[in-house]
Ligand binder design. Structure first.
Ligand code: HEC
Ligand code: HEC
Length: 157
């Protein structure tokens, strides 16, 4: 009896993984987003960012309400943002024009960027808050790279 049980267990041990594999084998091309074999090292397709200079691009639609707007213009010559230099501020720091968007002009940074939410959340100042200094932490330019998976997100639904 003891022997029969051990033979049964040993048989299960070898056949179960086999059964699982033969039923739902996953093709090596369907495992990753690149849709090439996982054994390949595919070269990503080249993509580029807008080469338009500020003032010649169009603002992009927001992904959802309160999403940080994407940067529609080229930023190659404004990078990197460092402690000593921030070219973005040169154009976008315009507290007296907050909330007013003029076509072809740099959109002024909103009130939230002049509010120290941690220490004085109700006080809108004319001084850019340090937490907003590195613009590219939240605002990014859009490239023409194809989406890896179809994005059907719609904030109206
Ligand atoms: C020479 C002036 C200038 C500089 C420097 C500049 N911008 Fe802009 N920016 C603009 C203008 C003008 C627009 C409006 C779109 C256009 O006309 O190209 C704009 C649009 C934007 C927008 C879209 C705003 C919206 O309403 O959707 C964002 C975000 C932005 N810029 C972020 C940045 C960041 C971050 C940097 C630094 C890396 C930067 N900009 C540097 C002038 C500038
Ligand atoms: C911590 C994230 C964060 C950082 C850092 C940040 N922003 Fe924003 N920004 C946002 C979000 C979120 C919004 C949209 C919601 C809002 O209005 O506060 C926004 C909105 C904006 C807008 C659109 C204003 C409008 O009226 O439509 C501009 C222009 C902008 N930011 C520029 C900048 C620049 C320039 C910097 C760097 C000096 C910067 N931001 C740093 C998150 C950030």
């Amino acid at each position: 009896m003891k022997n029969t049980i051990s033979v049964f267990i040993v048989t299960l041990f070898f056949t179960l993984p086999g059964m699982a594999l033969s039923g739902n084998a996953v093709n090596d091309k369907d495992m990753g987003l690149s849709k090439t074999s996982v054994f390949d090292t595919p070269t990503p397709e080249p993509f580029k960012y807008s080469d338009k200079f500020p003032g010649t691009s169009q603002v992009l639609p927001r992904a959802y309400p309160d999403a940080p707007p994407q940067i529609p213009h080229n930023i190659d010559s404004f990078k990197p943002v460092t402690a000593k230099s921030n070219m973005c501020i040169g154009c976008h720091n315009n507290p007296s024009m907050r909330g007013k968007t003029v076509k072809g002009m740099a959109t002024p940074m909103p009130e939230s960027h002049y509010t120290d939410r941690r220490h004085a959340p109700d006080k809108v100042t004319d001084q850019l808050i340090g937490a907003r200094y590195v613009c590219t932490q939240c605002h990014v330019p859009q490239s023409d790279a194809k989406e890896l998976v179809d994005n059907t997100f719609d904030d109206k639904k």
